[in-house]
Design a protein around this ligand. Structure first.
Ligand code: MN
Length: 201
């Protein structure tokens, strides 16, 4: 079984003017695909060949011999989650239960925005910023470095992610990561996807 990279859920130009077709072309067609190709090469002939992506991530996590497999597998999963965390015409306010949980967890929606922006701005180097649900019903914002993913952290259920690797924003925003993150929250974030992720699995 080969690990496939799912189709992008919209066209390459669908997030313009906020994220250019050029950025998505490199990010989806080059970076994301390369993680998939590397992963398939690395698992060929190993015990992990034939396992599904989540199993590969969990089995290679925290294993010094399988770091490359973990990095590529987690990046495959994180990117697919990121594409769905955005939509054309996104942003705005979450609805219903999700909005109530955000207000309950952060004090207000504006405070949530501040916490998310702060986490994204202070992730040193490459990584990801996540809105996650915890077992106690509260939401939290966490950041992970490089390929690290809350998929390996059973206390968290990821709802939304923002890729803060430079390749996600450099062509459009150069070094202005905070502007990219603000645009992600105001114009792109897919609250419907966050709501779906809240539902029990
Ligand atoms: Mn990326």
């Amino acid at each position: 079984m080969t690990i496939e990279i799912p189709k992008l859920p919209y066209n390459l130009n669908a997030l313009e003017p906020y994220i250019s077709a050029k950025t998505l072309e490199f990010h989806y067609m080059k970076h994301h695909q390369a993680y998939g190709k590397n992963l398939n090469k690395l698992i060929t002939g190993t015990d992990l060949a034939g396992k599904n992506l989540v199993e590969i991530i969990q089995k290679s996590n925290d294993n010094d011999d399988l770091v490359s497999i973990f990095n590529n597998a987690a990046q495959v999963w994180n990117h697919t989650f990121y594409w769905h965390s955005m939509r054309p015409g996104g942003g705005g306010l979450p609805k219903g239960v999700l909005m109530e949980m955000i207000q309950d967890s952060f004090g207000s929606f504006d405070s949530f925005l501040d916490v998310f922006k702060q986490a994204a701005a202070t992730q040193f180097g490459s990584g990801w910023t996540w809105l996650v649900a915890k077992k106690d019903g509260k939401l939290d914002v966490i950041k992970t470095g490089n390929a690290q993913t809350p998929l390996t952290m059973p206390i968290y259920k990821p709802l939304i992610t923002c890729d803060v690797w430079e390749h996600a924003y450099y062509l459009d925003y150069q070094n202005r990561r905070p502007d990219y993150v603000t645009t992600f929250l105001n114009k792109l974030v897919n609250w419907d996807f966050a709501e779906i992720n809240l539902e029990p699995r």
